[in-house]
Design a protein around this ligand. Structure first.
Ligand code: HEM
Length: 262
């Protein structure tokens, strides 16, 4: 038997193409798009997590150039993630309604990779872990990330090793807690912006990442509003109303607060 690698075997195309399983009768034409888009998102989430973990490793290894390179790749993927919503917005409210019931309680709310991304960026909650059954892949992945330093922690450690005055309280902060703004740290960041273009550029890439994720949240909630209006979500939340509470919340508050002082 010929065992040489082919496009199909390398990429597991047969397996991949067997994974789109519509639940509606017919099935309804638009359910395929809905499934494909979500699966593509999950693949990109996987890649983004892979890259963020790499950035953390590179910062720990004091390799700022490659860290920035990886950050740039993450930002490029984020642009694609936002742009993909345009495709789903070609689905009208009635087209979505034709199969929505078949989703039962399934919702993007249950995407553990999205929560993993929030965790590695500093937005961690025990409740997000508790939603998944003990021993399940999703729960194990979230548990593993809960106690680990976030991207922000890796960046602060890196800055400190580069000789910047990062407050000890920030370096020793509880990494399971939300990132709180620190006026003392902001003084140091202002210094970075004024005197050190290379590290200022890295700060700007982190702001791009922060803004990119906020942009995705905004576009997602607008898509939700135009598709289901004020209906409750399949995940059981109040829907667009709940999603609106997640908007305009920065991931790295210090990098935003310094702007009015520069
Ligand atoms: C017609 C398309 C969509 C609709 C109507 C929709 C609706 C919703 C609603 C109502 C929620 C709130 C939770 C709930 O009660 O269900 C939610 C959350 C979420 N959705 Fe979507 N969604 C859509 C497409 C997508 C896509 C393509 C993704 C990509 C993965 C996605 C990812 C998420 C995530 C990650 C959350 C959790 C957000 C958070 O808690 O901050 N959604 N969605």
């Amino acid at each position: 038997m010929d065992r040489s690698v082919t496009y199909g075997t390398y990429l597991a195309v047969d397996e991949l193409l067997a994974l789109q399983r519509p639940r509606s009768e017919g099935p309804e034409h638009d359910e395929m798009l809905f499934i494909v888009i979500h699966q593509v998102y999950e693949l990109w989430f996987k890649q983004v997590l892979h890259e963020v973990d790499h950035v953390i490793t590179l910062l720990d290894a004091r390799d700022p150039f490659r860290a920035q390179h990886s950050l740039k790749r993450i930002l490029t993927i984020l642009k694609v993630l936002v742009a993909q919503l345009d495709i789903l917005e070609t689905m009208t409210p009635l087209e979505f309604q034709s199969f929505r019931q078949r989703l039962e309680a399934a919702s993007g709310f249950q995407s553990d990779q999205f929560r993993q991304l929030e965790f590695v960026l500093g937005n961690k909650t025990r409740a997000a872990i508790d939603r998944f059954p003990e021993g399940q892949r999703a729960r194990l992945a979230l548990e593993a990330r809960f106690d680990k330093p976030t991207l922000w922690d890796a960046f602060l450690k890196y800055l400190s090793r580069e000789g910047y005055a990062v407050p000890a309280s920030q370096l020793a902060r509880d990494v399971t807690m939300k990132i709180e703004p620190s006026p003392e740290l902001q003084t140091t960041l202002i210094d970075v912006y004024r005197r050190d273009p290379q590290h200022a550029a890295m700060c700007e890439r982190l702001v791009d990442l922060d803004e990119g994720l906020q942009e995705w949240r905004y576009r997602h909630v607008k898509m939700v509003q135009r598709t289901i209006g004020a209906k409750i979500g399949t995940g059981g939340s109040s829907g667009a109303q709940y999603l609106a509470t997640t908007l305009m919340t920065p991931i790295f508050p210090d990098l935003w607060e310094i702007r009015s002082k520069l």
